[in-house]
Design a protein around this ligand. Structure first.
Ligand code: GCU
Length: 460
């Protein structure tokens, strides 16, 4: 039989118990797991509405419809394509003064433009992003066509000690010629390979894979980054991935980075690794991407001066296409629930109550941020790739020209939209519209002719 306790004994027991309970609570507070709130879960629609509420937006203008001849269908008529012909001047300071020297560009105007892209368009990268620890998972000796190559599969483990409930492992492969006599130039692709789809994707066609062999023929290598391992391509994923990790599972503020900026950040972390890999010539690393990853390649190039060249394919709306264009995909499409996560929350404002003409910066200034480094802008024919608006991207490439010139480089060399398949590759900004559809493949050979002016083939 248990001995009955006196009142005093019972009180003492309660005190001891509560003391040990509160010390457990302290121990838990020191260790984030256990009491840290789990990531908030919102659908893309809920998160989009949350941003609209924060921005006091009641309605957004709808995007255009792919199907022709609906009341709000996409415009492919060049005569109706330029409702806002005046672009912000990349060489005009906020104080109204003209930029006439390289120093003023680097010290004043360029930072002003970066701030506007950060705040209004792509969002800000947080001040302290976690370290990425690269691990070589395996190394394979294989052949690509007739080329013997070495492929390293790497995982970039993102330090999640600040919020262990979210894990981010960046997936990368690096392929270099097996018979290389020294470090080789490398093109980093933000790749659709391994992109999560509802239905399994058909295997890439020979034409789609040809670029890798075109690089190997020159003795170069390639790195394949799977961007969705950095950040999911979905508004519902914004409280997960690198964005969610840094925000400790909470939703974004209106000027927080969007997915494109997060993918581009991941590209820079890949570059950190490539700089340490002896098979890579760290001074000759270029970047490439198509479509949503074309947008990403352009942003990566604009923000990270270590990339020496870029091939930006069919980047369209939210990429190299002028936001002021009325042709193909529109800003309103990007601001809607399926794509808004690519951008900063603030971008929504320009789809209502503001207009594209209110954008304080436009895509020509994003290209200008790449100056003086060479950039190749490409797209396909209207039939098949009209959505990405090659002419709207060409116009941005033209309007970036004055910045290249100020920095002692050459612009596109013309302001007239060239006939299809005409390479404009004699300046430091290049452009070509290929006659294929929504694909990067047909412009690779032209890009490589352009790139060979800047990157020398290693002995091979
Ligand atoms: C959609 C989207 C485009 C994007 C493209 C892609 O068509 O509207 O902005 O570039 O997907 O990534 O393939």
């Amino acid at each position: 039989m248990p001995t009955p306790r006196t009142l005093k004994q019972s009180l003492a027991l309660v005190l001891v118990l509560s003391a040990s309970l509160s010390s457990t609570a302290v121990a838990q507070a020191a260790k984030p797991t256990g009491i840290t709130p789990p990531p908030v879960q919102l659908t893309a629609e809920q998160d989009h509405q949350r941003l609209m509420d924060l921005l006091h937006i009641t309605t957004l203008r709808p995007g255009v419809d792919h199907t022709p001849s609906l009341p709000n269908s996409v415009n492919y008529d060049e005569l109706k394509a330029n409702p806002y012909p005046n672009l912000p001047d990349p060489l005009l300071l906020k104080n109204g003064k003209k930029v006439t020297t390289k120093t003023t560009w680097w010290k004043q105007r360029r930072p002003e433009i970066v701030e506007l892209f950060d705040r209004e368009i792509y969002g800000r990268v947080p001040k302290n992003t976690p370290k990425v620890n690269w691990q070589i998972v395996n190394t394979t000796h294989e052949t690509n066509g007739t080329y013997p190559v070495i492929t390293k599969h790497l995982i970039g483990h993102v330090d999640n000690s600040a919020y262990p409930l979210i894990t981010v492992n960046i997936d990368l492969t690096l392929t270099t010629p097996a018979n290389a006599k020294g470090p080789v130039p490398v093109i980093l692709e933000f790749s659709f390979e391994g992109y999560p789809r509802l239905k399994p994707a058909p295997p890439p066609t020979a034409a789609e894979l040809a670029w890798k062999q075109q690089l190997l023929a020159k003795g170069w290598g390639y790195a394949i980054l799977r961007p969705t391992t950095i950040q999911a391509d979905d508004g519902a994923g914004l409280t997960q991935g690198i964005i969610g990790l840094v925000n400790k599972g909470q939703p974004r503020k209106p000027d927080d980075w969007g997915t494109i900026r997060a993918w581009a950040w991941g590209g820079s972390r890949v570059l950190d690794y490539l700089e340490t890999d002896k098979s890579v010539d760290a001074k000759q690393i270029g970047v490439e991407g198509h479509s949503r990853f074309g947008k990403t390649a352009l942003v990566a190039m604009a923000y990270d001066p270590r990339f020496v060249i870029a091939y930006v394919s069919s980047s369209g709306a939210g990429g190299a296409q002028l936001g002021r264009r009325h042709f193909g995909e529109q800003l309103e499409n990007v601001a809607a629930t399926r794509e808004y996560h690519w951008m900063a929350g603030n971008y929504l404002k320009y789809a209502g109550p503001l207009y594209p003409s209110d954008l304080p910066v436009d895509s020509h200034e994003l290209i200008a941020l790449c100056a003086p480094r060479p950039v190749f802008i490409g797209g396909g024919a209207i039939k098949g790739d009209g959505w990405a608006d090659a002419q709207g991207m060409f116009m941005a490439a033209v309007a970036a020209g004055p910045v290249y010139k100020l920095l002692g480089k050459n612009d596109l060399g013309t302001t007239t939209f060239p006939p299809i398949e005409t390479p404009l590759i004699t300046g430091d900004i290049a452009f070509r519209q290929h006659s294929g559809g929504h694909t990067a493949a047909p412009n690779w050979p032209t890009f490589l002719i352009f790139a060979s002016r800047y990157i020398k083939d290693p002995p091979h």
